[in-house]
Design a protein around this ligand. Sequence first.
Ligand code: HEM
Ligand SMILES: *[C@@H]1O[C@H](CO)[C@@H](O)[C@H](O)[C@H]1NC(C)=O
Length: 468
Amino acid sequence: MLPTLRAPMFSSLGLHISLTVALLVIFPTLIFILFKLYPYAQKTLSSFAIAAFFLRHGPNGFLLLREKLGKGEETFRIGKYNLVVFNLDIIKHCLVQKAHNYDKGGRAARLMGEVVGPLGILGALDEDDHVPSHQVLNPHTKRADRIETFESMVLEEGERKLDEWRSLTTGARKTEVNLYIDLNEIFFRVLYRFMFGIDLSRKRFQHVHGIISQLERYSAVVGFVPAKLLPVYKLLRRDVASLVVALNKEVESIIEEGAEDSPLHELKEPSAGVSPVQLRDTVKNLLFAGATTAANALGWAVHCVSKEAIWAKRASEAARQGNITFFKNVCQEANRVYPQANVVTRRAKEDDYVPGYGPIAKGSILVIPIIALHRHPRYYPEAPHAFNPDRWLDQRPPPLMSYIPFTAGPRQCIGQSLFNRAGPPLLMRLHGSFDFYPLEAEPKPKWPNAVLPPRSGGFRMIITPSSL
Ligand code: HEM
Ligand SMILES: *[C@@H]1O[C@H](CO)[C@@H](O)[C@H](O)[C@H]1NC(C)=O
């Protein structure tokens, strides 16, 4: 009766035909394709989900996932190969007891290695590339005279910085500094002097630190990018290629300029058995491992001490009394809450068995989330996230392997004694000379990142000459 009703009646024939075609041809094809694609889609989705989860929660994500996926167990899987471990027996097993069965393999480690230098002392997959450089450099970090030299270089470079600050504060009485940059300058200058016998200019420091800090970021982020997105991500990060070129150029200059009496010179001796490629990567590894680690750890230390009145007061008192114990505890605590090597991985070379746990299949990646381990409520029952240097006054140390800022075993940090010797007295000098007032109350660590600088790009502080 109404003409408007007729049009739908005509087109309903067309609709009918389309529906039939859809039902008989298109839908089954679609379903078939979806069915075929499902496992892939699910895998991709879950690697996206994991990446998104960590983006949201940061390294604390490891503790949250332990509750969610591990139901409170001390191990849980992410994907097929990654086994996240909080279990101290497994950690000891793979880092120390059966270290020969575990290498620095796996996707994330390989991607990081590509940037950091895959054949040097730090990045080497296995012992053949690791041993020659290790044998040359390790004594320089263990001999008493070398440790003393390192300490005096740190204190000299610290004093240089303090003089600079003093000249900034005369008259004005207070000034703003970026402690992150200043500490990095101290430790890059020390690294160049101690390892290469080179005097690093400010301009060259800024150049090198710029490269290293950007590559530290990229080398860790790239491991989180789902495999299928990697080509796209690499395309977006074409700037990385020029950073790597600049880094290689700096490494070449270092090798050329290195002084006669430096560890670098020993690495170059033919008798050391370090190939030119291993040499290049080891120098590169030192740039990644030997300065930002110490600088950032002390940056967090000063920040955490200065932001709370009780610690700031204790620091001034301890500096006045020359009480180094307090500053040792501050360093221990900074390395607990902000361990610079925040996550490390090991890959099983062969099928293995951990007594008390069970089998570990060849190719498994053991993920040791050091930063989460250090804040695990089971091992640090009292306010695990809080900065409290006094927790180290307790006579009972935390359980073995629950505190591993330098890891353990044959691939542990060679710079441990250097840092432990030089870090506390430098802190004492800083707190004895200036009072620090952080401009940002709660800076977050940049993460994912190979080490842990503050995300905001600095520990910006107001400093005034110490009121003592
Ligand atoms: C707070 C300061 C530091 C921390 C937290 C730290 C942490 C670490 C960690 C955890 C590793 C082992 C990585 C792994 O197991 O995969 C390592 C390796 C290494 N670190 Fe350090 N480090 C620090 C300072 C230094 C310094 C000052 C130097 C040198 C001057 C240095 C040189 C090295 C080297 C060469 C390696 C490779 C060792 C090898 O494989 O034989 N580190 N560091
Ligand atoms: C030195 O510092 C430690 C740690 O803060 C403290 O326990 C100790 O009492 C101090 N020693 C002196 C003599 O004040």
